[in-house]
Design a protein around this ligand. Structure first.
Ligand code: TUI
Length: 317
């Protein structure tokens, strides 16, 4: 399959793996890249040394292209940018902020830049500054989120920019893939579905929480702090939400620190933060990254056949 996204990234299928902190290690990223997508190592809140080691390991495992996600709210973001440049990582995705001031430096080194954006205005600003493509993420996604839904924001950004748009948020199977392309996207970013892959180095308790989740279990916390985060309901979410309601956002300061690692690495899914998107209710098994990708792309003809009655519909006036 050839389009602007596969050509830009030198990959077989226009699918990027989400840059999920603690989850997106070199093991998952290598598996996604080997399967023909673009695997992403999440720098998260980690140190520069951690990232160097991850880059070294993915290069030992695959010679396919990969990327690094820079979480711009991280206190280490500047160091991470230096390492990405020093290592000449092929692709950078960014999240949780505006990467404008770094774009020129990445581009001068031949590093492709794909920022995650939640709005039309940021999309237009970053196109002007030289972004190669945009990941436009709807509020259905897990983790730190914007307000607009994938269905509403994708076509608005597609109409506002010329560079390729990659849709994210709520995409986990062939139907989501076809829907994203129907909205004008030329690629998809998938997160939650890849957490439940055999290759994701994630505690089995975390994977099981996603498998068990129903349609209303992925809820938004911390709206009052200005940094809303989508997570699966648990004891921590109940305590956090109670404090948010009764004492206000100031009382939440520091309460989230270390919680994601607690869930992903230690498997404490009651006291930790189990970030996942609204698609969690749709994920009910663990598959290899290769199976996930091939089922998504092989399933598109069936979906397109089902919607083909829309072709040539005429409404008499
Ligand atoms: O970044 C994400 N998802 C994340 S980051 C993360 S780590 C974290 N943990 C606790 C609290 C907060 C963060 C967990 N999940 N997705 C990409 C994304 N980026 N979603 C929304 C945005 C975004 C928001 C505002 C991108 C740019 C932006 O710009 C604001 C500005 O400065 O113009």
């Amino acid at each position: 399959m050839i389009n602007r996204v596969t050509q830009l990234l030198n990959i077989e299928y226009p699918i990027i793996q989400g840059g999920m902190a603690w989850v997106a290690t070199y093991e998952l990223a290598a598996a996604v890249s080997e399967a023909g997508g673009l695997g992403i190592i999440a720098a998260g809140n980690g140190s520069g040394e951690y990232l160097r080691e991850q880059i070294k390991r993915i290069r030992e495992k695959t010679d396919k292209p990969f990327g690094v996600n820079i979480m711009l709210m991280s206190p280490n973001a500047e160091d991470i940018v230096d390492i990405v440049c020093d290592e000449r990582v092929p692709v950078v995705t960014t999240g949780a902020g505006n990467p404008g001031k770094y774009i020129e430096r990445f581009k001068s080194l031949g590093i492709k830049v794909i920022p995650v954006v939640p709005t039309v205005s940021l999309a237009q600003r970053l196109e002007k500054l030289g972004a190669d493509a945009l990941i436009v993420e709807g509020t259905e996604a897990g983790g730190h989120i914007g307000e607009l839904t994938t269905m509403a924001i994708i076509p608005q950004v597609v109409d506002a920019v010329k560079i390729p748009v990659i849709a994210a948020g709520g995409i986990g199977d062939s139907r989501g893939l076809v829907a994203a392309f129907a909205l004008g996207a030329e690629g998809v970013q998938v997160g939650t579905r890849f957490v439940c892959s055999t290759e994701a180095n994630v505690h089995e308790n975390y994977k099981n929480e996603i498998i068990k989740a129903g349609d209303r279990d992925a809820v938004v916390t911390g709206r009052s702090t200005g940094h809303p985060v989508r997570v699966l309901k648990n004891k921590f979410v109940r305590e956090y939400s109670n404090i948010e309601k009764t004492q206000g956002p100031e009382a939440l300061e520091g309460m989230g620190t270390g919680r994601l690692k607690m869930a992903v690495v230690d498997g404490d899914v009651e006291n930790g933060s189990v970030m996942a998107g609204q698609i969690a209710g749709l994920v009910c098994d663990i598959k290899s990254c290769k199976e996930i990708i091939s089922e998504m792309f092989n399933g598109t003809s069936n979906v397109i056949e089902k919607i083909s009655l829309l072709k040539g519909v005429e409404v008499n006036e």
